[in-house]
Design a protein around this ligand. Structure first.
Ligand code: ATP
Ligand code: MG
Length: 576
């Protein structure tokens, strides 16, 4: 590509909303333009990198027997009504009507459409397993689109779906995809970790995320410092079992006045007690019913663990009026003692590890001291619903401690089971002639987010430092003086040599100063720059700069193409 003829343009200014390096660099290097909030034009440089990521994905999936399809972006509401998600998916789903008044949505994911596609072909167990994937544009009406392609509203996703005849074979499909993802992200040249993940909206009970490690990542990951345990904080289990409090230590219950002291901070400073002495008592609305949730005052409730444990479709903090109706007082003075038997109480394991708790008295401006399980209250269930935190003991091994990292979720694999196949009647006849719902899995990779995450992890103060396998171009040839015939001739010869050798190369043949060309080349992050200046060309030499290491070396003009070609070819396929 000749830059003199290229559409591309680098920019000096950074848009105000570009808070993280990958967004700033993608904007400044002319990779993307924002069309509307969370909606982008992909310009040539971005698309070249995206196509490479897609190629890696296709190669790794095709070689494992997956087949590519392409489903529409626009989906009829009727399918979402069959799965029940039309009502459950909430505001992320962009809904609209056609001219006849029929409801549609822009697909945020394709479980419904693929399940419908498969049920029309599936008859017998002999046809399975199937694994179908697509690379396609998704739309999610994100509450806060941000960080450029990292969290857009319209974005490119690879989504795959597996269909199996039984649980055992479905788990094999799951682990095969896990292996494919590991190969894909290795080949993309990013440093990542696979971590246990919560399943959320999509359902199912086994899931892992692939997280690119980066300090700006939105996800908090906890990993053990001595074994291989790693989990998203949404999923991470806290160690320990239910304990039996020492009844001998129980003190007599005492009511205390706490006028206007509602939060744990307020009451703890008012009573001179540590936050850990409190029982945090929260009323949740769980599928329209109130549930009282208890946890030690220095811990926080992990709502995704709570939702999974209760098997709830919708879970949120109850409104003040629901709280008042359920316990007879306003939030701030709620507690587990003296409630009517109808309200179910769920406690975190931490509640069994202390005695003489302080909590609200279910009466305005009053708290109770010295309340204890089982003397004063009995939770229906005592389970792990707390956020794990750095410094906690590892839930998997003895002696390990959890450490925190930040990550960018670039992919996720889910074992779905029969949730969609049952609801949508996607079934087959098994070996005994009985009708069975297909066992499903679903698997996503954010293609644009992977590119953004690679930049987030690989840049310096001058610009992007592309991993070779996903760099938009591999080499830039920079002739510094266009009025020097020898320079121009050497540059053109080398440029042509690279093109013949199949190396993806640009030549910066713009009539610009050397400093300008260097800055641009560093910003765009070509892995190799071949610099041709008057003096070195006269001496029969080129200067070669490797972007990642910053290393510069002089080479005879005639050696450049072969040496750099070999260097690129060694790295093009990534680590896999
Ligand atoms: P997040 O938790 O970041 O909102 P998610 O878990 O809802 O993402 P999935 O349903 O697992 O996303 O989608 C599969 C992949 O699609 C994600 O791993 C991510 O790489 C990508 N992705 C999801 N939402 C976005 C978005 N708004 N913009 C860009 N990529 C996205
Ligand atoms: Mg996810």
């Amino acid at each position: 590509m000749r830059l003199s003829q290229s559409f591309y343009k680098t920019l000096k200014e950074i848009p105000k909303d570009a808070q993280i390096p990958s967004h700033q660099l993608m904007f400044r290097s002319g990779m993307i333009q924002q069309l509307s909030s969370g909606i982008y034009n992909y310009l040539p440089l971005a698309l070249r990198s995206i196509r490479k990521i897609e190629k890696i994905i296709r190669e790794e999936l095709d070689s494992r027997g997956c087949e590519e399809v392409l489903m529409p972006a626009v989906q009829p509401a009727s399918l979402w009504q069959e799965s029940g998600r039309w009502d459950l998916y909430g505001d992320l789903l962009l809904r609209f009507k056609d001219r006849k008044g029929n409801d549609y949505c822009m697909g945020p994911t394709h479980e419904e459409v693929i399940t419908d596609m498969v049920r029309r072909n599936l008859r017998s167990w002999k046809q399975l397993p199937w694994n179908l994937y697509q690379i396609q544009g998704k739309f999610r009406d994100e509450f806060r689109p941000r960080f450029g392609l990292m969290r857009g509203r319209e974005f490119i996703m690879k989504d795959a779906y597996s269909f199996d005849k039984d649980v055992e074979s479905a788990k094999k499909s799951y682990w095969k995809m896990h292996e494919a993802y590991t190969a894909i992200f290795k080949r993309c040249g990013v440093r990542f970790r696979s971590v246990d993940a919560a399943t959320g909206e999509i359902g199912g009970d086994m899931s892992q995320e692939f997280q690119v490690l980066a300090s700006s990542g939105e996800d908090l990951i906890l990993s053990c410092d001595s074994c291989d345990y790693a989990a998203n904080v949404e999923k991470a289990t806290t160690p320990g079992v239910e304990e039996s409090p020492d009844e001998g230590a129980f003190k007599a219950v005492e009511a205390v006045d706490t006028p206007d002291q509602k939060t744990i901070e307020e009451v703890s400073s008012f009573l001179g007690a540590d936050a850990s002495a409190f029982l945090k008592s929260l009323v949740y609305e769980v599928d329209s019913k109130p549930v009282l949730v208890l946890i030690a005052g220095d811990r926080d409730v992990n709502e995704s663990k709570l939702q999974a444990a209760l098997g709830a479709d919708v879970l949120r903090l109850a409104s003040d009026s629901m709280v008042e109706k359920a316990v007879g007082t306003i939030p701030g003075f709620v507690g587990p003692v003296g409630l009517s038997g109808d309200l179910s109480i769920v406690a975190d394991l931490s509640v069994t590890r202390g005695v003489n708790w302080i909590s609200g008295a279910n009466e305005a401006d009053r708290h109770l001291k010295n309340i204890n399980i089982p003397r004063d209250f009995t939770p229906e269930r005592i389970i792990d619903i707390a956020f794990a935190a750095a410094g906690d003991a590892c839930p998997k091994c003895a002696g390990g401690k959890l450490e925190e990292h930040r990550g960018i979720e670039v992919g996720q694999v889910f074992y779905l089971g029969t949730k969609y196949s049952k609801l949508m009647d996607c079934s087959f006849l098994d070996e005994e002639g009985k009708t069975q719902p297909a066992e499903m899995g679903c698997y996503g990779i954010g293609v644009g987010r992977t590119m953004a995450a690679a930049i987030e992890q690989n840049h310096d103060e001058n610009g992007i430092v592309w991993p070779v396998p996903i760099a938009p171009w591999e080499v830039a040839v920079l002739p510094l003086q266009l009025n020097d015939d020898a320079v121009v001739e050497a540059a053109e010869t080398i440029y042509e040599g690279f093109r013949m050798a199949g190396i993806e190369t640009v030549i910066d043949d713009r009539n610009e100063r050397a400093g300008f060309k260097f800055k641009d080349a560093d910003l765009i992050g070509y892995p190799v720059q071949v610099v041709l200046g008057g003096r070195s060309v006269a001496a029969g030499k080129a200067e070669v700069k490797f972007r990642a290491s910053g290393e510069k070396t002089e080479m005879p003009l005639e050696d450049v193409v072969a040496a750099i070609r070999d260097w690129i070819l060694e790295r093009r396929r990534g680590e896999a």
